[in-house]
Structure formats: C-alpha cells, structure tokens
Design a protein around this ligand. Structure first.
Ligand SMILES: [Fe+2]
Length: 353
C-alpha cells in the first residue's frame, strides 16, 4: 500500500515520521509545503492520506489552515494530524477545536508516530470503503443494496472496534450496546429499518476517543478539569469523523456520537441540550451505554448486578436519562429474562449397574 503524506510547515528532521509511515504502509510519499495557502491548494488536488501540520512553527496560521481544511468540501473527511509541543495546552486545545484527529508530540518519536499513523490509516481506509459502498448504493444498483448495507454495517462495527482498542473496553461491549439499543428502540415502536440503523450506529458512539491523547484516555487517576475538557471533546471529534456522510448508518452514528453524553435535565455535554432537544437515538444509547458499563467488569471496578444497575438508572431517571427510554430498557431486560432458554444439549450418560 502506498501512503501520501502532506507535511505543512514541519522544518525539523522528518526521519521518525518517514520511518513510521513506511513501517505502517510499506511505501510513502511525503510532500512538504511551508506556505499554508499553497498546502491547502495541494490537499484539495491530491487528497493526501494524512496531513501533518506543525502548529509549533505555524501557530495561528496552522490553526487557521486546519479550520479551512475541515470546512473544505473535498478535504473535510481527510485525516489531520497536529504536531504540537507536549507542554503547550493551548495549541493542543486549539488544534482539537480546529478539527485535528490526532496529535504527535515534539520531539518526534518513531514508535508514537507509527501508532498514530496506523490509527489514522485504519480510519482512512474504512472511510474510503464506506464512501465507495454509499456511492454504489446511491447509484441505484438494486442487487447491490442489501450486500452494500451488510458490508457497510460490518465496516462500521470494525471501525468502532478499532476505536475501542485504545480504550479499556472490549469489542463485545460495542456489540452489546448495538443490540441493547435496538431492543429499546423496538419497544419504543421504531420500525424494522430504523432499528437496524440504530443497532449499526450505536457502536460508533465513542469513536471520537481515537482523537484523545493516551496520556488522558489511559490515565489511571482522576482527570483534572482541563483533561476532562479534552476528554469531553470525543463527542465533537466523533461527529467530525462521521458527519456529512450519505449513508443513513453513518449519519445516525454522527448524531449519536455528538449527543450521547447530553443529559435529559440539560446538565450534559457538549451543548447542554435538554429533553426532546436531544435526538432520541442518543437518549437510547445513553441509557444502554451506562447499563452495559455498570454491569461490565473494568480494571477499576467489579461488574454490578443487573438489579444494582437498574436501581442506579432508576435513581437518575429524568435527570440523566429520558424516562421513556428507562421504561423501555427495563421492559427489554424483563423480556430477556422471561424468554425461555434453549434446552440444554447435555445428555447425562446412563451408567449400567
Ligand atoms: Fe462517550
């Protein structure tokens, strides 16, 4: 695989970056441009797989470049990597706000570069596949529609798994979230196609964590207020990754990624939306996500019993959670418990006496 990298403004030794790119891809082409305006023109024409912006040198010009890059119709979905000084919190925050997907800290470290570039190439390749299947489907190739839909859902799930690798959760967490969200949607009266969309989109809720630095995402102690602010940006980053897609699955994924931490009483983030202003799909995923997190084992906690998790959720009904979604969750859990289980295939051996 050949990878094209646009280097905007980096004047220092590119060795670790080149090494990382070739380790990740086998072959890479780096195009270096110091003028951000010229770099924007080049990006629009060539659509590089990764664009690295040296914010340390370019300062406001670099931030402005990223903003214009994200607003550009052709470049808006392309991966954007900001090179920042680890201690410069302002540059890190401004880069995130301007649309950076990832950071590389200076001085460059080959291993760190490689991991971040691999993450971004994974997202890039899935995005390319999604765009291709959406285009074929939109072109009205009827026989292809079901196939494309199934492939698209599979790719979404794999993309969500890629994001989960950086977090403490597991792949089964995102599958459960999809199924539980579907169950809640069914009880709320959603139609079959809409339930399928929610099941496919729900696992994408935390995909924006791919853009949160490891030092914050994997911190073992409590986060400071500033770190919490960066962490909360995973909602905005997830939205940036998924927005403007022609796929209904990805569109719903963008909506859920943006709003799954809003709370029913308006005390959530990123916008403090309240009640019905929060998209229903995000209200569904909010309750499914918390229920699954509580009943799952983590490094820092044991798994709660379903009854304990339900008690917690009931206590936060109307504040954190939509009461209708809570009711539907409880109905779904009750239905699952009372559903007859398949008979055991174990047949005891008769021992002749
Ligand atoms: Fe989240």
């Amino acid at each position: 695989m050949s990878v094209s990298i646009l280097n905007v403004g980096m004047r220092e030794n590119e060795g670790p970056l080149l090494e990382a790119a070739s380790n990740a891809s086998g072959h890479s082409l780096v195009h270096t441009v110091s003028d951000p305006v010229e770099a924007g023109r080049w990006a629009g024409e060539h659509q590089p797989d990764i664009t690295v912006v040296d914010v340390r040198w370019l300062n406001a010009q670099g931030i402005d470049f990223m903003r214009r890059f994200r607003a550009d119709r052709i470049c808006m979905g392309l991966p954007l990597l900001a090179l920042v000084d680890e201690r410069d919190r302002n540059h890190r925050r401004e880069s995130l706000r301007a649309g950076a997907n990832e950071f590389i800290h200076a001085p460059l470290d080959a291993y760190e570069c490689q991991v971040r570039i691999l993450n971004m190439l994974t997202v890039r390749s899935y995005r390319k596949l999604l765009d291709r299947t959406s285009t074929l489907s939109a072109a009205g190739i009827d026989d292809f529609t079901d196939y494309a839909s199934a492939r698209e859902r599979e790719i979404l799930l794999r993309l969500a798994r890629a994001g989960e690798y950086r977090d403490e959760t597991t792949g089964s967490h995102i599958v459960r979230i999809g199924k539980l969200s579907r169950g809640i949607a069914e009880i709320l009266g959603f139609g079959g196609p809409e339930c399928t969309i929610i099941e496919a989109a729900a696992p994408m809720h935390d995909i924006g964590k791919i853009g949160i630095p490891d030092s914050i995402l994997r911190k073992s102690g409590p986060l400071t207020d500033a770190e919490r602010g960066v962490m909360n940006n995973h909602t905005l980053i997830g939205y940036e990754i998924l927005k403007d897609s022609s796929s209904p699955f990805v569109q719903r994924g963008a909506q859920i990624a943006l709003a799954h931490h809003e709370k029913f009483d308006g005390s959530g983030y990123p916008y403090g939306l309240r009640g019905q202003d929060i998209p229903l799909s995000a209200r569904i995923v909010a309750v499914a996500d918390v229920y699954d997190a509580l009943t799952s084992k983590r490094e820092y906690k044991v798994a709660w019993l379903p009854s304990q998790a339900c008690e917690y959720i009931a206590n936060h009904e109307g504040a954190h959670f939509d009461p209708e979604c809570v009711k539907a969750l409880f109905a779904k859990l009750k239905a699952d418990v009372s559903r007859p289980r398949p008979a055991s295939k174990f047949v005891p051996k008769l021992v002749a006496k």
